[in-house]
Design a protein. Sequence first.
Length: 493
Amino acid sequence: MLKKLVFVAVCLAYSCVSATAQDARTVIANAQKALGDPKSITYSGSAKDVSFQQCGANAVVFACQGTHDPMRPISNYVRVIDLAAPASRHTGTTNNIGPGGSTTLTPGTFFQQVTPQQADISQPWASSLELYITPWGFLKGAAENNATVARRRVDGKNYTVVAWSPKVTAASGKTYVVNGYVNDRGIVERVETWLGETIMGDMHILATYSSWKDFGGVMAPSTIVQTRGGWPFFEVVVTAAKANPADLASLVPAPVPAAARGGGAPAAGAAAPPALTVSSEKLGEGLYRLTTGAGSYDSLIVEFRDFVMMLEAGQAEARALAYIAEAKKLIPNKPIRYVMNTHPHADHTGGLPAMVAEGATIITQKNNEQFFERALNTPRTLLNDTLAKNPKKARIEAVSEKKVYSDGTRTVEMYHVSPVPHSNGLMVAYIGKEKILFQGDFSLPAAGQAANDHVKALVPVLEKLNLDFDRYINVHAPAVPQTKADLWKAVGK
């Protein structure tokens, strides 16, 4: 009797799987039909983008107002999606902003693509997902990858949710998932997936497609909004669309090769970067500058009576771990209780997860508090880094305009630097005993060059604060030590 019941249960289970697979195929086929089942599609209009954790060039508002605000406008926007290749390209006319917070805008070109090689779902998900989070790419992926189907209610609406996974897995070995939300008319209104990201953890990527309309024989959304980690990332207003264009290949011309642009990913098989060799400069009793030489992101470590404070843990996990190890050699038997973050840009936050795993509280300007609270406390199931292996809740200590850390033996002062165009969440640290100002990204110009607008904005702030400093230490290590006199000279004082 027991064997019969087991047999019946197994049969029912397989019947359910078969029915679910059949339902998914039906939902996908109906959705493809509702979208006109194009083999390729192009749409155009205007767009906005942003460099993650930064603000884009904007002809109206130069200074950052907040995380990803303002975004960079893109005019003459065109996107093509070729499902047969499969591939995607989009381009437009935009602005580029000068380095280090310059407010000088220059004409630029936006261009992004997913090549047929990148669209192979056994390749890195970060390179292919921009194709597969489009409604058309999503349905293609779902049709080819054993999709499942369920019902779900989101934002007051009922959806049929189709889910599938690429073949590539995350760094942790976990399977990626991509969900498409199909309404009762067979229209894909939302597509979401997750990607492991250094600061954002299991970063939620959501693309919403709204105000669908018939653009002369092809269905397309009038508004496209993509968020990452809950923050604005990319937006499009669609004013025209066409299915199966005969001139597909010429609509978005091939880009200049990466080598000619001076950028691009490292070549396959390229040697791994050499291990970091940390050296230290003693600046005072219990005060050291940590560096790895040319191209370094420098940090300071400050010894207090019962703990150590690290000023900045930028760039990457490897650097943070190397600096943690060096700090423990120089100042043994004291915990690293605090790490100060100069500002929230990606190259100044890469070491923070390792510091959270170490147990350090992050000191950051108040405008960054929400970003770090949300980002660093997101699950990290897709990652295999130090914080994923040793999960801890990130503790954030926000500084509004000024905060002083002192135990009677050592004092460090933190100041909000505003207004400056580079970020609205910038801080500098002042160590009065040794007359040191520590800052990130206020880099002095090369000999004979003019200071950028970011550096020019710093000086009046420092004059108002009336800080008595001699040494001017940048996170981005200069070739030779710099002083207040060098800063004043750079701005013509």
